[in-house]
Design a protein around this ligand. Structure first.
Ligand code: SF4
Length: 129
């Protein structure tokens, strides 16, 4: 499931990390903010995914995202929006965890090369979001 009452069909050329970042940004924007798990969780997931999709990922981001998403549902919020914002993260990471981990590892390796003065490209100002 990739959200609440929606089916989104994409082909295998779509960047799955970027697609989830887009979905999570929507949820973070729409949270009304009354409940801490939804307000903070949706924002943390969105910020993490923005970072990961803009060259600032970490290998542990997939597990970090799941930890946040798993702590929002379960009667901790007033309405179902809190659960809905966690479902896309839970399902995307469950089905495509290798892509999330690989992206984070690639970003970490590039930063390590840059720190060692061995070059490395693709840093964007937008990643500082
Ligand atoms: S769960 Fe519903 S009521 Fe609570 S912050 Fe999210 S949108 Fe607002």
């Amino acid at each position: 499931m990739s959200g609440s009452s929606a089916i989104i069909v994409v082909d295998d050329t779509v960047d799955i990390v970027g697609a989830l970042a887009n979905l999570s940004e929507f949820y973070a924007h729409e949270s009304c903010g009354q409940c801490t798990p939804c307000r903070e969780g949706s924002l943390w997931m969105s910020k993490t995914l923005h970072r990961l999709s803009h060259g600032q990922g970490r290998k542990g981001d997939a597990d970090y995202l799941l930890k946040i998403a798993d702590n929002i549902p379960g009667g901790r919020t007033i309405c179902a929006f809190g659960e809905a914002c966690s479902w896309p993260v839970q399902s995307f990471v469950a089905k495509f965890k290798d892509e999330f981990v690989a992206k984070g590892a690639e970003d970490e390796a590039r930063r390590a090369r840059q720190s060692a003065g061995l070059g490395g490209e693709k840093e964007t100002a937008e990643a500082q979001h």
